[in-house]
Design a protein around this ligand. Sequence first.
Ligand code: SF4
Ligand code: SF4
Length: 359
Amino acid sequence: MSVPPPIAMLAELTHRCPLSCPYCSNPVQLERKETELGTEAWTDVFQQAHAMGVLQLHLSGGEPASRRDLEDLTEAAAGIGLYTNLITSGIGLTPRRLDRLEAVGLDHVQLSLQGTTAKLADRIGGYRGGFDRKMAIAKEISARGIPLTLNAVMHRQNLDDLDRTIEMAVELGARRLEVACVQFHGWAMSNRAALLPTRQQTMAVKQTVAGAAQRLQGVLAFDFVPPDYYADYPKACMGGWGSSGLNVTPNGTVLPCHAAQTIPHLAFENVREKPLLDIWRASSAFNAYRGTEWLPEPCKSCERKETDFGGCRCQALALAGDAGVTDPICKKSPKHKEVVKVLLERRFEEDQTLLHRSF
Ligand code: SF4
Ligand code: SF4
């Protein structure tokens, strides 16, 4: 099979983070500092990624500012021509560090938002004082003119604040707001009862985002990740498995998506042992669900198969117990009624207890 190169790479520089969000996309088994790739090894990965055709590098975590060499890594990536996007909670950044990041060529910052008030945001993030520090650093980012996206992860406990979230994005000078409804993998799956939106919230969020996107044209752009469980069709996870992006974990393991390690029968390779290009093109894990050849029925004969590629493999495993079947979110899936419908009939409203992520 000829395999086109990926466009984007997510570099999870570390799993360390001062916050402990209950929906963190990091795996439940977090990788410790001792296992992290060093500065030279990451620089080599960036060079390999650039050579194979990657254009955008997302410097992520955990909290990437937990690494003292973040500025050096950004300089290395920007120096070879990668577009650099820093995905951060803002905690650990200082005006001085921002100055250096700007000077070495950081292109963009994506700042997470846990809530619109200190009370809510600090409860969700599990870090007292985090909200005030985040607001201060957001102003520093805007003052420097570094393009800013606000990444608001939305769920039942903060969806009713969406109007205020949008106002805040404008006030902070963000150019883009990502309204990302929680996807239920890893830590979020452990907290599903406390985070799953209601049907009413799901209807309202779509309308609010559509209305605001029209009203704020030219001021604020929107990215919208809708709630999954109420949809008729699944999303094309990662734009299709092994098609346009890859993730590298703190210890150098290369994944088709951040949750892929939940699929136990796949063996993932590591940049310490193999060139990135070989892993991308030839590893059994990347080829397991690439393209449409592997698709089961009803996907195989479905007109949407080039649109959503049968949905998310990790979700198929989590909900149907098999990563190789049609994503049960799809209304055509034989498991849809049995799994999703039954789930949505449960009364979650009373459950507010959060399990924060931890090592
Ligand atoms: S989701 Fe929260 S805990 Fe996870 S890396 Fe981001 S800020 Fe840290
Ligand atoms: S049957 Fe498969 S390809 Fe068709 S919409 Fe559902 S998940 Fe997508």
